[in-house]
Design a protein around this ligand. Structure first.
Ligand code: PGA
Length: 229
């Protein structure tokens, strides 16, 4: 299993340092083959070493240059970061990233050899139209994406399940992941209100290879409930 913690705009540099110190101590108990990712805010990035991978929640698809407010590969390289989240629904919907922009980022970071967690997901309105409409939408989020890239995985996160406490049902996750595996044969994470109370059920689903976690990743205790479940 893959366990990815997405801090979003939470935690400071100091609290991230404390978090990682605490987590690393307790990760000795995890299954050796499981992988842990942590995506802190950009200001908290550092060259941490341990039984986990630190990634960037976002970056601009350039080496460096005149892009006020953005960071490029040069800034990430300082901390040996070569893992990135691309396509999160908050970036698509709140920050206005179009599929074209997302695809450009994917192509750039692929070229750089980054490990990419590529996020897709549908709105409640689309979910209510049924699986066919959901799949049509999810497939459209692969437009311009090289799904043969060896160093990437997909995170399926229904937007209506993110930060709402409302997880997709086991049946919804199963059917969506089964259909997605036929489209893209890559590790497939589920995200959306994953927590201690539902991890066992979700992790037991055949085509769930991991989870991307927001709220429940913010404290080491609640994140470890997932990693060590
Ligand atoms: P959540 O967020 O776990 O708080 O629902 C998941 C995500 O957005 O990655």
């Amino acid at each position: 299993m893959i366990y990815a913690a997405n801090f979003k705009t939470n935690h400071t540099r100091k609290s991230t340092e404390n978090y990682i110190e605490d987590l690393q101590r307790k990760l000795v108990d995890k299954n050796e083959e499981d992988r842990v990712f942590i995506f802190p805010p950009l200001t908290a990035l550092d060259a941490y070493e341990g039984d986990f991978t630190i990634g960037a929640q976002n970056a601009y698809p350039v080496e460096s240059g005149a892009y006020t407010g953005e960071v490029g590969v040069e800034q990430l390289a300082e901390f040996n970061i070569n893992t990135i989240l691309i396509g999160h629904s908050e970036r698509r919907d709140i920050l206005g990233e179009s599929q074209e922009v997302v695809a450009k980022k994917f192509a750039f970071f692929k070229e750089q050899g980054f490990e990419i967690i590529y996020c897709i997901g549908e709105s409640l309105e689309i979910r209510e139209q049924g699986l066919e409409a959901v799949m049509e939408h999810l497939v459209s989020q692969f437009e311009g994406i090289d799904t043969t890239y060896e160093n990437f995985m997909v995170a399926y996160e229904p937007i209506w399940a993110i930060g709402t406490g409302r997880t997709a049902s086991v049946e919804e996750i199963t059917m969506t992941h089964d259909a997605l595996k036929k489209v893209v044969d890559k590790p497939l994470l589920y995200g959306g209100s994953v927590k201690g109370a539902n991890i066992a059920q979700i992790a037991a689903i055949d085509n769930v290879d991991g989870v991307l976690v927001g709220g429940a990743s913010l404290k080491t205790e609640t994140f470890l409930e997932l990693v060590l479940h």
